[in-house]
Write a protein that binds this ligand. Structure first.
Ligand code: NDP
Length: 437
């Protein structure tokens, strides 16, 4: 803890994982101590930090900081997204990379854990500035990645446009046409259904959980936070399954739309115009727009059956959890990475609200990225239906895997522990088999 004291998000993620692994470790404490498994799994293989200089539209040189944390490749090449957001620092990238190890393990596919990004803020930048930044970022990053080594993907602030610019620069520098990035455009090696995968996958898993509780999605009211890639496709799939999503949000405010979010309008505002949610409200008479103020519950104040936090880390705290439980929330599943604080998670669990953490619930994105890697390797493209069916199969499998792992260790219904245990055991087995490295 001392070594990483300045990285609160990383400490939070490690604390959450290690606490839930207690029953596994207690069964074989001597082995874990002797082989220093916990010390090895919490220390990244390497952490790369670099300068990213680029020239803005006024001819001024700007400098950002780039990161790639290659955390663990026991079960496959490092895999994890690139986050472009002003809040990015080493601790955040480390927490994300650490979580990614277990998430990737849960997908059942051969991918290790990593994460990267920059404190660059894409908001308000021209396409030319985005391209300049992405090219400079990839000029350095290209030294450390490769189709069999480390395969980055999108995350907050990194969508198809950014991946395209980065792929172009990698190809130019290395002279290689290989699947070094996922989330690519469909004309150059991208996979159908990758755009939808995280949001759809979240709903496939949620649907299975609801079903296994003798319940159904049809007729449920849902609160979604965020209005980016995950939130949009979570909203779309929830509505396809017969539920009604009544909220979405961004970093400045939120929408409450009691008639149900109009997904086509939301996509037009966020994906085409790259505009703010105020534009959604302006075009939709049934929608209320609220500006975010500190201390308010935002999207979590409404009476809903299901809460799906899909924006960013620590966006749902203990007070929000209390408001949701008081309003009778029945299920919570995380589309974002660590959106729920530890106290809020414990509150849901103490109140018997089935809660699935992001590691399991949002694994559909990286699972489909791994399917993109498979398609690139065999130089073929699968149909939307084929990828979507595989995704659904994987998410249903993840639900049962984490449910079974929790039961095996006497923690029935604790899906957070189940996910950590199931993800951890596979990685550790591979680490032990590969010796001290
Ligand atoms: P996007 O950039 O597409 O959207 C992010 C959304 O979150 C935006 O609505 C954004 O609002 C909001 N947001 C960002 N920062 C904050 C903040 N500090 N406070 C409140 N709202 C904020 O990202 P994604 O949808 O891709 O990612 C969302 C989450 O899901 C992240 O935690 C990501 O790591 C996780 N995830 C994503 C996967 C994917 O495939 N895309 C896969 C697995 C996990 P604004 O526009 O105002 O910034």
């Amino acid at each position: 803890q001392k070594r990483d004291a300045s990285q609160p998000e990383f400490i939070q993620a490690v604390t959450e994982v290690l606490n839930s692994l207690r029953p596994v470790i207690e069964q074989d404490e001597e082995k874990y101590r002797k082989l220093a498994i916990l010390e090895r799994i919490t220390e990244p293989d390497r952490q790369i930090m670099f300068r990213v200089p680029w020239v803005d539209d006024n001819g001024n040189v700007q400098v950002n900081r780039g990161f790639r944390v290659q955390f663990n490749n026991a079960i496959g090449p490092y895999k994890g997204g690139l986050r472009l957001h002003p809040s990015v620092n080493l601790g955040i990238i480390k927490f994300l990379g650490f979580e990614q190890i277990f998430k990737n393990s849960l997908t059942t596919l051969p991918i290790g854990g990593g994460k990267g990004g920059s404190d660059f803020d894409p908001k308000g930048k021209s396409d030319n500035e985005i391209m300049k930044f992405c090219q400079s970022f990839m000029t350095e990053l290209s030294k450390y990645i490769g189709a069999d080594e480390d395969v980055p993907a999108g995350d907050i602030g990194t969508g198809a446009r950014e991946i395209g610019f980065m792929f172009g620069q990698y190809k130019r520098i290395k002279g290689l046409y290989e699947g070094v990035l996922t989330g690519k455009g469909l004309t150059y090696g991208g996979s159908l259904a990758r755009t939808e995968a995280t949001g759809y996958g979240l709903l496939y898993l949620t649907e299975e959980m609801v079903k296994c509780h003798g319940d159904k999605m049809e007729g449920k009211t849902v609160a979604v936070s965020g209005s980016g890639n995950v939130a949009i496709y979570a909203t779309q799939k929830a509505q396809q399954l017969g539920a009604k999503v009544v909220t979405v949000s961004d970093s400045t405010g939120w929408i409450y739309d009691p008639e149900g979010i109009d997904v086509d309008l939301l996509k037009e505002v966020k994906e085409v115009k790259r505009a703010r949610l105020t534009e959604y409200a302006a075009a939709r008479p049934s929608a209320e727009y609220h500006e975010k103020k500190n201390g308010e519950h935002g999207v979590w104040q409404y009476k809903v059956d299901i809460a799906l936090p899909c924006a960013t880390q620590n966006e749902l705290d203990l007070d929000d959890a209390k408001a949701l439980v008081a309003n009778g929330v029945q299920y919570v599943a995380e589309g974002a990475n660590m959106p729920t604080t530890i106290e809020a998670t414990e509150y849901f669990q103490a109140n018997n609200v089935p809660f699935v953490g992001g590691k399991a619930a949002n694994a559909g994105g990286v699972a489909t990225s791994a399917l993109e890697m498979s398609q690139n390797s065999e130089r073929l493209s699968w149909s939307f239906e084929e990828v979507d069916a595989k995704l659904k199969n994987i998410m249903v499998g993840i639900y049962h895997n984490i449910d079974d792992a929790a039961k095996e260790y006497g923690m029935e219904g604790n899906y957070v522990a189940g996910a950590n245990i199931a993800g951890f055991k596979k990685v550790v087995e591979a680490m032990i088999a590969q010796g001290v490295c």
